[in-house]
Structures are given as structure tokens and as C-alpha cells.
Design a protein around this ligand. Structure first.
Ligand code: SAM
Length: 289
């Protein structure tokens, strides 16, 4: 079968079926086979793996996933694409298509039903309008996911891999560090897609930590502190946590917790690492007890 992730392969599918691109679904189909090869190699997929693909589109990535994985579950929202995917891949017993908004899928139950004994690898050329909610959903729900290899906007990739003190460093960077390690697989220019997006893209691989890399007693609280700390970047940590943290401490106790932890009350959230936030969360716990 010809590869769909080429200009000719994509045109052939688009000529074969009725389909109109839907901007609201972030549809930019991959037409560069070299980029596809890099995605598949980075995801390190074997016949032992079950892959969840978000947004298969016309199947450009799905085709390669089916060649390499033991099972592929693809989740697609657009009605128009369902008959195309069924016609092209429905006969493959290793393929399962879910017609739904990925944010409304109960992934835990889906994984238990479809692939109870396998670790999951997620692979996707993500729709950019919901990149962060999708990634956070995958990370926060304690799913048996080993890695997430995804195409995202270059700007989002830079934010995820940023370091304390950098302009791009934000709550998402610190939260990501808590759940996984991030590596850049490839930068992807606009001409690798049909239609061309307005922004450059990048493929990143998120490898989920098997166990926590920080010593934190209450991870939920730590993540709340991180979110609050970046909500008003110009304010000091004391002021922003006092007004947005909802941590159940008065300002005086908060100040003491910050001073005792060695972080200091006048520090700004953007200079702190994940380890600093874990330590601060533990100090705040002590004040509440
Ligand atoms: N995987 C294909 C490729 O690489 O050519 C298509 C990628 S395209 C950037 C994003 C895909 O996600 C589209 O097929 C779009 O319809 C689908 N999509 C958009 N929003 C979605 C959602 N909420 N749930 C599931 N799929 C969605």
C-alpha cells in the first residue's frame, strides 16, 4: 500500500472520498514520510505495544502505527473521517476506531477493556487548539502510559522543555517535570503538512516517570502551588500565593513557611525548580498540621 504521509498519498485519499478540511478541528495532515519515520522511531513501537492515537485524520500516522504495533486505538472527532478510516483500516483486526472527542473518552476504562496487560504508548499529531488539555489529561489521570510522542506547536515544545528563569518557563513546564522527562525529537517546518499551518511544529517525546522524582507529601497541593505561583508573574511568591493559593494558611504563616524553606518570601515563582516547589509544599504542610 502506498504511504499516505506523502503529498501524492494524501491527494489520492482526498480525491477518493468526500472530505472538506475543518479548521475548527486543527486539521493539518502530515505529508512528509521522513518526519513520520522519526516519530515512529522515537516512539520505539514494537508488536508488544498498544498505541493510542489521538486524531488519526485520514490515517497518515495510523498506517505506520499498524505496521509496527500490536494494537492501535485511534480516537477521531470528525464524522467525515470515520468512513474513510473504516474503509482503509476497518478490516485490520489490530485496529480499533473510537468516534469521539478525546477529552470525553474514559481512557482508563478503554485501556482496561482493550489492552489490560500492556503498557500504552500514545502517538499523535495533535490538534493544536487543545494540545495542553490533552497532554495534561494524559498525565494527570494516572493511566498506564509509558510514553507520549506528539507533534505540537514549536512554541509549546519550547515551553515544555524550558528551564527556571527563562521567559517560556511556566506552570506547565514545572508540572511536566513532575510527570515526565521531555526530549525534542525533531523540528518540523510548515511545508510538511497539508494544508500548511501558520506556525512551526516540533515532535517531542514525554517519557513518564515510573516513580516520583521528588520527595513530596501532597502532590496535589504542590501542583496547586505551582499553578498559583505563575498566575501573576510580576508579584512576589508570598503575595501571589496569599491571594491565589487557597492553601488554608494566613499570610504570616505562609511568610514563615517561605522563609524557613530557604526560598524566601520575595522570590518569584518563575525562578523555582520542581524540587523547590516540592520542598515548599512540604513546609506548608508542616504549618497546617
Ligand atoms: N494524524 C493525522 C495526520 O498526522 O495527518 C491528522 C492530524 S491533525 C493535526 C489533528 C486530527 O485530530 C484531525 O484529524 C482532527 O479531526 C482530530 N481532532 C481534533 N479535535 C479532536 C478531538 N477533540 N478529539 C479527537 N480528535 C480530534
Amino acid at each position: 500500500m502506498n504511504r499516505i504521509a506523502t503529498p501524492e498519498g494524501t491527494k489520492a485519499i482526498l480525491n477518493k472520498y468526500p472530505f472538506a478540511f475543518q479548521k475548527k478541528f486543527g486539521q493539518n495532515f502530515l505529508i512528509d514520510p521522513r518526519v513520520l519515520d522519526k516519530i515512529i522511531a522515537a516512539a520505539d513501537i514494537t508488536k508488544e505495544d498498544c498505541v493510542i492515537e489521538i486524531g488519526p485524520g485520514i490515517g497518515s500516522v495510523t498506517q505506520a502505527l499498524l505496521e509496527n504495533a500490536g494494537k492501535v486505538i485511534s480516537i477521531e472527532i470528525d464524522d467525515q473521517l470515520i468512513p474513510i478510516l473504516k474503509e482503509e483500516y476497518g478490516h485490520n483486526e489490530h485496529f480499533k476506531l473510537i468516534h469521539k472527542d478525546v477529552l470525553k473518552v474514559d481512557l482508563k476504562s478503554l485501556i482496561e477493556e482493550e489492552s489490560p496487560n500492556r503498557k500504552i504508548k500514545v502517538v499523535a499529531n495533535l490538534p493544536y487548539y487543545i494540545t495542553t488539555p490533552i497532554i495534561m489529561m494524559l498525565l494527570e489521570h494516572n493511566l498506564p502510559i509509558e510514553s507520549i510522542t506528539v507533534m505540537v506547536q514549536k512554541e509549546v515544545a519550547d515551553r515544555m522543555a524550558s528551564k527556571p528563569g527563562n521567559k517560556q518557563y511556566g506552570a506547565i513546564t514545572v508540572a511536566m517535570n513532575y510527570y515526565c522527562s521531555t526530549s525534542l525529537v525533531a523540528n518540523v517546518p510548515q511545508n510538511c503538512f497539508m494544508p500548511r499551518p501558520n506556525v512551526d511544529s516540533a515532535v517531542i517525546k514525554l517519557s513518564l516517570h515510573e516513580k516520583s522524582i521528588v520527595d513530596v507529601d501532597n502532590a496535589e497541593q504542590m501542583l496547586k502551588i505551582i499553578k498559583a505561583a505563575f498566575s501573576q508573574r510580576r508579584k512576589t511568591l508570598l503575595n501571589t500565593l496569599a491571594s491565589n493559593g487557597n492553601l488554608g494558611l494566613d499570610k504570616e504563616d505562609l511568610k514563615n513557611a517561605l522563609e524557613e524553606s530557604g526560598i524566601g518570601a520575595s522570590t518569584r515563582g518563575e525562578t523555582l525548580s520542581l524540587e523547590d516547589y516540592a520542598m515548599l509544599s512540604n513546609f506548608i504542610d508542616n504549618y497546617r498540621k
